[in-house]
Each structure stands twice: as structure tokens, then as C-alpha cells.
Design a protein. Structure first.
Length: 261
């Protein structure tokens, strides 16, 4: 087993069968449907804290799942990159707030390379990683693309990643994305002063199974499932109240392009 999440999945099935419950019956007790129980037991979906408490009560496990969840949420998860990619690929709506750099789904190859090299990655290694990252952008132009709602801090448009030529091309690409029917890009101007977004960047991925928040820091990422993702949806809405509308944001992006000509 590679992580505590594998242990949780295995234990849920073992304890359910020990208690003589079907997936439907356990689902009724922890507030979900049978297919969700099945996905948790196969570790394709994470148990959340509320479900863990209800599972302990229904299966009379004396707090086993609450304890496992406590430690699993603090365990470095080597699978976070793959999990993030898989959830992103099936999301129907993606909400992104970025305070520092252009989000990966909207980056040009040159911008992505400049970021990677600046982070200390060898250029040949960086190029291979960037191919994978940019391939994720294909979800935006597939037959049934997700809705992508992006809010950027104004400073993202000003920080000269890779130099003037790279930034000019990147801002041009942002405008191209902003004209796509399934993508919205809005900017929070510096003039608003302090606001919720100063706490850091994040995204919320939503699909039929619910919401998952994703937070990334150097070298690792964290996925926050179900009820834990709701505060990030609220944060996103509050940040959005400070942002320019889509047309005003395009005007500001064009204005920033003049910095690099």
C-alpha cells in the first residue's frame, strides 16, 4: 500500500462487509449513494471528514476512520500530481484564482519554460515536463470542454517572466483564451487594496462527484475534498467581488501589453 488512503479504502470495505452492510446501506448511513461508496473503497474518491465520522458510527469502529483521516490529511501524498490531473480532466467547471503567475492551463510554452528554469529545473528536463503540462490544455478545446473561470491579480500581468517578448506573447494568448466561449478571465486591480486573495492561489475543480480544492506549494500539492472545499468556493466568490468584469479585464490586459512592446 502506498498511502493511508489505500488503508482507508481497504478498511472501509472490510468493516462494511464485517458489519453485513451493502454499499447502498452504508451509503444511506454516511450520506452518499452506492457508487460513491464503491469509488471510496477503490480509492478513486477520498472519504471526507463528515463521512468518516458517520462511518465510525455506522460500523462501530471506535473512531478508526476519524483517526485515519486525521493522519492521511497530513501525510505527504506522492500521488497528488496524478490525482490532480485526473480530477482536472473530468471536471465540468474549473475555478482558478492566481496571485503570482499565469495558471498552467493558460501558459504559453515559453512562459512555462521560463518559470521552470527559474525554479532550478534543467532545461532539457523542464521541456519534457512542459510538454505534459501543456497537453492538459487540450481539455479546453475538446468536444465537451469544462467551463474555466479564472481570476488573476493585476501583478500577474506585470511580473516579467522570461522577459518582454515572452510576456507579450503570453498576454496575447490570455486575450485569445478570454474570447473562447467556455473561458472567462477577470483581473483584480491593485487599487482594491487588501482582499481575500492575498492569502494565496488556489483552484476548485467541480464535477458530478462534488468539489475538490487544489493548493500547490513548492514541491508538493494538496487536494481538499467535499465539505473541505466549500470554504474555497466562498473565498473565490469573495475575490470575484473585487475583480473587474471580463471586458474591463481585457482592456487592462491590453494596457499591460504596452509595457512589453
Amino acid at each position: 500500500m502506498s498511502s493511508l488512503w489505500d488503508v482507508i479504502a481497504l478498511q472501509l470495505r472490510f468493516q462494511r462487509e464485517r458489519a453485513g452492510l451493502t454499499g447502498t446501506q452504508l451509503g444511506d448511513r454516511i450520506g452518499c449513494v452506492r457508487s460513491t461508496v464503491s469509488r471510496i473503497e477503490s480509492n478513486t474518491l477520498k472519504l471526507d471528514s463528515k463521512q468518516a465520522a458517520l462511518a465510525d458510527e455506522a460500523l462501530k469502529t471506535g473512531g478508526l476512520f476519524a483517526a485515519l483521516m486525521f493522519h492521511a490529511l497530513r501525510e505527504p501524498d506522492g500521488q497528488w500530481r496524478k490525482e490532480h490531473r485526473d480530477i482536472e480532466a473530468t471536471a465540468s467547471t474549473i475555478r482558478v484564482f492566481e496571485a503570482i503567475v499565469v495558471p498552467g492551463l493558460l501558459q504559453t510554452p515559453e512562459y512555462a519554460l521560463a518559470l521552470a528554469v527559474a525554479g532550478g529545473v534543467a532545461e532539457d528536463v523542464a521541456r519534457a515536463a512542459i510538454e505534459e503540462r501543456l497537453s492538459r490544455q487540450a481539455i479546453l478545446t475538446r468536444e465537451d470542454p469544462p467551463l474555466l473561470w479564472v481570476i488573476l491579480a493585476e501583478t500577474v500581468l506585470e511580473w516579467p517572466v522570461g522577459g518582454a517578448e515572452v510576456m507579450l506573447k503570453q498576454l496575447e494568448r490570455l486575450l485569445e483564451f478570454a474570447d473562447m466561449p467556455n473561458i472567462g478571465i477577470r483581473v483584480v486591480p491593485r487599487a482594491v487594496g487588501a482582499y481575500k486573495g492575498l492569502d494565496g492561489s488556489f483552484k476548485v475543480l467541480s464535477n458530478a462527484s462534488g468539489d475538490v480544492a487544489y493548493l500547490e506549494s513548492p514541491g508538493q500539492g494538496r487536494l481538499v475534498y467535499s465539505f473541505g472545499a466549500r470554504p474555497y468556493l466562498d473565498r473565490y466568490e469573495r475575490i470575484g467581488l473585487k475583480a473587474l468584469n471580463d471586458e474591463q479585464s481585457k482592456v487592462l490586459i491590453r494596457k499591460k501589453m504596452e509595457l512589453y512592446r
